[in-house]
Design a protein around this ligand. Sequence first.
Ligand SMILES: Nc1ncnc2c1ncn2[C@@H]1O[C@H](COP(=O)(O)OP(=O)(O)OP(=O)(O)O)[C@@H](O)[C@H]1O
Ligand SMILES: [Mg+2]
Length: 992
Amino acid sequence: MRARLTSSHFVGRVGELAELELAVQEAMAGRPALVLLGGDSGVGKTRLVGELERRLSLAGEPDGQAGPLVLRGDGVEQGDGELPYAPLLSALRPLLRQRHPTLDALTSGSRAQLATILPGLDEDGRQRDQRPDPSSQLRLFEAALELIDCLSESAPVVLILEDMHWADRSTRAFVAFLARSLRQERVVLVLTYRADELHRRHPLRPLLSELERLGRARRIELAPFDRGELGEALADILGAQPDTPLLERLFMRSEGNPLYTEELLAAGLDGRGAAPQSLRDAFLVRIERLSGDAQQVARAVAVGRTADQPALAAVTALERDRLQTGLREALAEQVLVTGDDERFSFRHALLREAMYDDLLPGERGELHIAFAAYLEQRHGGAAEGELERSAAVASHYAAAGDQPAALRSTIAAALAAERVLAYGEAADLTERALELWPRVPEVERVAGIDYVELLGRAARAHSIGGDRTRGEVLLNQALSQLDPEREPARYAALLARLSRMIWSLNRGAEAVQTAERALAMLPDEDPGGVRPLLLAWLARTRFLRGRFRQTVVDGQVALDAAVQAGDRLAETEVLNTLGMARVALGDVEAGVGLLRRAVEIAREDDDADSLATAYSNLADMFSVAGRTDEALATAVEGMKSTPRHHSRSRDWMRLTLSEMAFEAGDWDAARRNLSPAPSALVGIVLMFRELREADLALGVGDEDVAARCLESVAELVSVSAEPQWIGLFGALEGELRARRRELDRARAAVEDALDRIELCTDDVMRISRVSAVALRVEADRAQRARDLRAPADRRDALARARMHFDRLGAAAEEGGPVERARLAQGRAELARARGRNADKEWANAASAWEAIKRPYPLAMARWREAEAHVGAGHRAAAVVAARQALEGAQSLGASWLVEEVRALAERARLKLGSPQSPDMARPEAAEDPFGLTPRERQVLALLADGATNRQIGAALFMAEKTASVHVSRILAKLGVSSRTQAAAVVHRLHLA
Ligand SMILES: Nc1ncnc2c1ncn2[C@@H]1O[C@H](COP(=O)(O)OP(=O)(O)OP(=O)(O)O)[C@@H](O)[C@H]1O
Ligand SMILES: [Mg+2]
């Protein structure tokens, strides 16, 4: 027996350890760190992180603070089935075993979420009704983030996820989420992976590059030992300095790989005898030296990967004494090791692989079946491990080639994966079951379900997991297997699901047809109880497509059906839909009543998510109805009612509140409620937040911030099918481009948004918002075309302006006071586009905004009104309007508008009185919008009067050449190409 197989003393790696410790220090200072530790198998990654853990546990904190908490989880190599969350589970499980106090500090919601993967966490928690949707997994991730966040409050957390090359997709998704989400938590995330296993299309590759792009990732490539280091390790193992020839031989054969070196030594093959070709050969020499029983035990562990004694007893059929002797021997020879959970595994995964590959095929199959059978009959034990158990059973049967058993257990494993919200894995597993289906005799009896049911489950897993296209294919396949005459209810239920799927794929009309077909064929007795939800869905599609009247009629029928059937899910959906439709039709009181009922139901069911949804819909509807104050008050109430730790709902409510505060003119509150909650934002919430910030930044005049926010969500918006995001993004992008005088891009942005919105809905609220910006852009274009004397462009801009105006008109007919205010403003913009004076139109627009208490568009309208008064020569009226605009802009904090108003006053010599507040004192750039120097303004005045360069030179005492330089610079600043065009701008803006 060997005394020592591996070096007890940790060799080398000074730089790598320093790097890791630096990452920990940074994390302690609130800068979360990410380390990607790669290297060949056996090179020492696990040993390195083990050493880090040891050092961290020794390093007492001088200031009495708790030392870092190390959570370490391993990836599990799974032949063909992926085990969801494997590394994450093994990292978190110790917390559960120790009943870490932080677990009790979690909110009950988060505990319930985490309990889906860590059963036993939420013992006294009630069974929560999980509504599977694409964000279920996200909510689980958020709960895990909250856990890590809470843990890191008392001590920095070092989360080590090992062997990421084997990680399942849920773990990869979690890692991406975590890395993106960390802001200032005291967390270090260390990922280890075998660099030699990452073939070109390995799924870890894209994740690694994504993580590197985040900027805070450190990549460590662990190199093999050099001669000196190998010598140091050998000296420890051998208990004496190795002589030079021995060191040389081992170094040559192992190329500095410590694991290989250790196995060469242990096998007694230190290079003098025949050289084994590989690590595998070296290890097998060691196995051959074991007794028969010990070898049998090792063979079983090679198949089971890890197994406890009862499992080994069952699988090897060795009697107790022989099993124990065999085990003891394998342990003594350091072939196997025990973990802290009393399970046996190989000392190193590579060695297990060697052993497994060496098994005879028949032997391997028998062992797989024995493990599967053993695990199956152990069913009903601890809930902990249910997921692993079912995945392992399925993969053992599959490896053994027992197709009926593989099918049965794969279906069970898919259900277990769904229960833990691992929809990606569930989709893979159901797909595998679909493949097995035709190969199994008497398949329905074996599977316990029919083919249609399996297809339906696969479709569900795919659609929730994100692959809607595949979901649609599967549902259609399921439908093609059914006879609508014989099973109309089942057929209709599938059609109903297909309809929602098609809608989410952005094919609205087809979705509605499908839902109507479903309804038509649903038999009266409706055995599956699908009618309420189907009706609710139909009503919702009507609403989303802007058929508000139809929505109300259909919604009422749906509501009755839902109430009668006691279907709360359908009821809340209808209440929200009906409520919003009523408001959109102008029956604000009725709509608000319905939404309030949705609020109540959510409150009764203690469903924080639905509560937040209903509250923000309600606030939205007040805003749509132009009841700005109530919208704000509702958002505040919603915020108060959302429990502190429901971070997702709270983020949403907070953003709604920010939006309502912005509209009401309280921009400080708007900003305060933008601040990201400690939990990070992704997906739709992220989109919402960035658009809110862009809106606010444009209001203030911070174009760079707005540009950054818009850019960061452009991709999300481009794949979104929701008019609310497409519309807002288009409007903001158009406004930003227009402000920057990038009028081509401004036009492209609004027209793209309009195309996309009108394609699938006639949501007048969004259409009107974008059209208003579009009209403003065309007015700018028409004005510029006039300055540039470009009649074709002017006509084009005007034609488009008219089209947008018509659209605003149509929207105003269907909409409420907000749409009517936009129409009033549109009338003024249209006049501006035509080059007509529009002082009255602007005054009307201002009154319309004033009536619904929207101070920002009001101040803008007053500014335009003042400008128009100046053009008409009404100086006194201009002063009044300009003062109102200035006051409004100042109290909002809309700096850009303050500057515009002042510049107008300057150009037109309007006296606006003393500035209201010292910090709003006139900015430098207010002289003119083009940044001309005083000298250039003198030149421009002459130029506008038709002076030549020579005349300008003579008048201003400068060389003709200098005058010409000034002129070309001025033309560039004005963005025009001729002197006549410059003159036109001067006259229009009263610059001269
Ligand atoms: N710095 C070191 N000092 C002493 N021994 C080491 C060192 N690094 C690695 N070893 C030894 O080499 C063997 C392989 O190391 P380890 O298990 O850490 O490799 P690994 O990179 O994690 O491999 P895999 O990718 O297969 O997980 C172990 O027995 C370990 O003790
Ligand atoms: Mg390792």
